[in-house]
Ligand binder design. Structure first.
Ligand code: S3P
Length: 201
């Protein structure tokens, strides 16, 4: 399940503020919200989902924001919401899959928390999103091709800012949250004997 990241087991070079926060990134359907909620409960942190916060704040859903303001308008609102969430302490934040497209978001997220990338295979992603009608960028005739295209563009952006990479979709939410929690505890108090398999092992 855990992929780890080279060097991730060393104490992270993060501010005290950032060490209190967890930020989940990854594509649509990777489980950012469900795992984030569970992690927050386990770790005694407050949970925020950026899209849900935007919807509550504007009193419309994400599709309506896309319809009225286009993707560009949505991205600006997403940026502003992320900025407010990143100012909070002791929180878990589930981000939207496309927030990494902006350079300023990527640096903001890295500075605001420990960034966990939930990676998922295309097949699992497709099956988890098979009944979804709420995500505007999924409204394509060929969903597989759309998701593949988004993954090709975004995978390097996720990987580039991740402090930890976790393979999602194969295990229960409870198991994922427990394992990520344990790994985070290890990251904060590194023991010389601890080893997490890296992608090149
Ligand atoms: C998007 C992902 C969605 C939401 C919006 C755009 C994207 O969030 O922000 O539909 O660009 O991948 P989830 O990743 O939570 O589905």
């Amino acid at each position: 399940m855990l992929v780890g990241k080279p060097g991730a087991m060393n104490r992270l070079n993060k501010s005290d503020h950032a060490m209190q926060n967890l930020i989940l990134i990854g594509p649509m359907g990777s489980g950012k919200s469900t795992i984030g909620k569970r992690l927050a409960a386990r770790m005694g942190k407050r949970f925020f989902d950026c899209d849900r916060q935007l919807e509550q704040h504007l009193n419309v859903d994400v599709s309506t924001i896309f319809d009225i303001e286009g993707e560009q308008g949505f991205r600006q609102r997403e940026h502003e919401m992320l900025k407010s969430l990143c100012a909070l302490s002791n929180v878990v934040i589930a981000t939207g899959g496309g927030c990494v497209l902006r350079d300023d978001n990527r640096s903001m997220l890295q500075e605001a928390g420990v960034v966990i990338y939930l990676r998922i295979s295309l097949d699992r992603q497709l099956s988890r999103l098979s009944r979804d009608k709420t995500r505007p960028l999924l409204q394509a005739a060929n969903r597989r091709a759309r998701l593949q295209q988004l993954a090709t563009e975004r995978e390097p952006l996720y990987a580039g800012i991740a402090d930890l990479v976790v393979e999602s979709g194969a295990h229960s939410v409870a198991k994922m949250a427990a394992t990520v929690h344990t790994l985070l505890q290890q990251m904060l108090t590194p023991a010389p004997t601890t080893h997490v398999q890296g992608p090149h092992d």
